[in-house]
Design a protein around this ligand. Structure first.
Ligand SMILES: NC(=O)c1ccc[n+]([C@@H]2O[C@H](COP(=O)([O-])OP(=O)(O)OC[C@H]3O[C@@H](n4cnc5c(N)ncnc54)[C@H](O)[C@@H]3O)[C@@H](O)[C@H]2O)c1
Length: 203
């Protein structure tokens, strides 16, 4: 099984690459190859038993999505994103990467599949930012999405795209609405929720 991680240089991408690479399997399937992509070639985790290739690919640039789809990976983890605070500050960049980049990936997969059958598992990292507030506890599956930020809107729109591309049989998609993940090691990033990590890490 070939695994492609897009956004593999980020916090979750690095942990995922290291975990999968060290275990050598995903579910019942042996991982035979891993491709790690990010705007700059991401680091290859140490102690990995699986063959790994790390490459630079900016999903907001034309042809990058096609090049990634051409790998015909069995499972694609799409983690690349402009995080919440930055997407709010830089409207153009947020939409270009978070929405247009996601659509470009899905489209490239669809076109790849139109040449020769190809329906990869596509794991999309969404966010609880798709909800507005206030919301009930727990939030039911059918709770209305009313995001309050551009980032949340970009994630919600990408979820709809993912659902439609899955319905049409172009990908086997799943979106996961991640909550705030702490503690982010190293320097803070531009996530609006970064203060959670700061409270715990900075002392
Ligand atoms: N960490 C959290 O608390 C959290 C919460 C909710 C959702 N998420 C989502 O999970 C995913 C991973 O989050 P993270 O915390 O690892 O973020 P991160 O910022 O550490 O990693 C994101 C990665 O995406 C890459 N990227 C940005 N633009 C790109 C582009 N144009 N082409 C290719 N790569 C690009 C960045 O270089 C970075 O390495 C993101 O989609 C994020 O929105 C994270």
């Amino acid at each position: 099984m070939h695994i492609l991680i897009i956004g593999a240089g980020g916090m979750i991408g690095r942990k995922l690459a290291a975990t999968l690479g060290r275990s050598g399997s995903l579910g019942d399937h042996a991982i035979t190859r891993m491709t790690l992509a990010d705007v700059a070639a991401p680091p290859v985790p140490a102690g990995i038993s699986v063959p790994v290739e790390a490459l630079a690919a900016d999903i907001s640039e034309s042809r990058a999505a096609e090049a990634l789809a051409a790998f015909r990976a069995d499972v694609i983890f799409h983690l690349a994103a402009i995080v919440s605070g930055e997407a709010e500050r830089n409207f153009d960049l947020g939409y270009r990467v978070n929405l247009d980049g996601t659509r470009a990936l899905l489209e490239a997969i669809r076109r790849e599949g139109s040449r020769q059958a190809y329906i990869p598992r596509f794991v999309f990292s969404s966010s609880i930012a798709v909800y507005g507030s206030p919301f009930p506890d727990p939030i039911p599956d059918d709770y209305v999405l009313a995001p309050l930020t551009s980032y949340g809107v970009q994630k919600a729109m990408s979820e709809l795209l993912l659902a439609d591309y899955s319905r049409r049989g172009f990908v086997d998609g799943i979106g996961i609405r991640l909550p705030t993940i702490v503690i982010r090691p190293g320097a803070p990033n531009a996530a609006a929720s970064g203060f959670f990590s700061g409270i715990l890490r900075e002392p």
